[in-house]
Design a protein around this ligand. Structure first.
Ligand code: NAP
Length: 289
């Protein structure tokens, strides 16, 4: 193992929001060098540089994983960058290609736009000709989201999100909201959508969304709500390789940027979780062995 990525899901699992069989080793992405392969494995050999996501146990010095979860790391890309891009990078990729395919002129609201997934969404949406309205909680995060391609910023700690979105879009609303914040943003997300808009509720960093009456989707304009997971968008090795190939090659070519918040030694994994939960990070947190 060269490095493992830290993700918000690691916190949900540790806290029990997503129940886990105990004991378990956390960590759903990483990269390293193949030490040995099983007898039926023909795609990889010892010495290959690989990265993966979707297999638990990356907070470790050595991992064993199914070969179909691994992808090759292109020449010129560091193992640390590859480790940090698998889960968040592939998530941003499926959100803009498959959940709601972004086309030129589309307007998207991205919550926590300076977070790990948020910075990647800003880049991928603007690269496809879409316009990003990003929400953030500090001025430094506003600068980071603007640098990643957001054209408007809403300080959701002090501004009313849906009324600002309506102002920015001349009263119409956005065609898609990417919401990984959950409880605190859910209602404003729905109210920010244009008729027939899509709310991709892909996380809950502020807590789970409370029960609601689906009639509100009708009242606000025949809205579509989905609650997607990366696992369902990387169901086959072919789909995983397509998404990882797009993301890792864009990084290697320089058309996609990796923003590193910080590198923590494995023994400081607790501190990494505390920083991520405390909203003080922007970009990726990595654990090195
Ligand atoms: N469904 C999937 O396939 C999938 C895959 C990957 C990630 N996710 C989800 O995507 C979201 C982002 O993940 P990430 O790893 O990239 O994290 P992140 O966005 O880097 O960190 C979370 C951010 O959420 C914002 N936030 C708002 N209210 C918060 C609160 N009460 N506590 C903590 N943070 C709060 C903060 O940004 P501000 O300070 O700007 O508010 C914080 O920096 C998470 O919900 C995660 O579960 C889902």
């Amino acid at each position: 193992m060269a490095a493992a990525g830290v993700n918000f899901i690691d916190i949900y699992q540790r806290e029990g929001l997503y129940p886990m069989p105990l004991p378990y080793t956390p960590g759903l992405e990483g990269a390293g060098i193949v030490r040995s392969v099983g007898s039926g494995v023909t795609d990889f050999s010892p010495g290959d540089r690989v990265a993966w996501t979707g297999h638990l146990g990356s907070y470790a010095e050595v991992v064993a994983l199914p070969a179909e979860k691994a992808v090759r790391v292109p020449e010129g890309l560091s193992l640390e960058t590859a480790a940090g891009m698998m889960l968040q990078g592939l998530t941003a990729h499926y959100l803009v290609t498959s959940v709601c395919e972004i086309k030129p002129g589309d307007r998207a609201l991205v919550h926590a736009a300076a977070g790990g997934v948020g910075l990647l969404l800003c880049q991928m949406i603007s690269a496809r000709g879409g316009q990003v309205i990003g929400t953030v909680s500090t001025d430094a995060k506003a600068d980071a989201a603007l640098a990643a391609g957001a054209s408007h910023i809403i300080r959701y700690d002090r501004e009313e999100v849906d009324s600002r979105v309506k102002e920015i879009t001349d009263g119409r609303g956005v065609s898609v909201v990417y919401d990984g914040v959950g409880r605190d943003t859910f209602e404003a997300s729905l109210r920010s959508l244009a008729p027939r808009g899509v709310l991709a509720l892909f996380g809950q960093s502020s807590g789970p969304v409370e029960s609601f009456d689906p009639q509100i989707l009708n009242q606000l304009g025949s809205l579509v709500l989905t609650r997607p997971s990366l696992a369902h968008f990387t169901q086959t090795p072919e789909e995983l390789r397509w998404r990882a190939g797009d993301v890792l090659s864009a990084l290697a070519e320089g058309s996609l940027e990796f923003t590193l918040h910080g590198i923590y030694p494995l023994e400081d994994a607790q501190k990494a979780h505390q920083d991520l939960a405390a909203r003080v990070t922007s970009g990726k947190l990595l654990l090195v062995m």
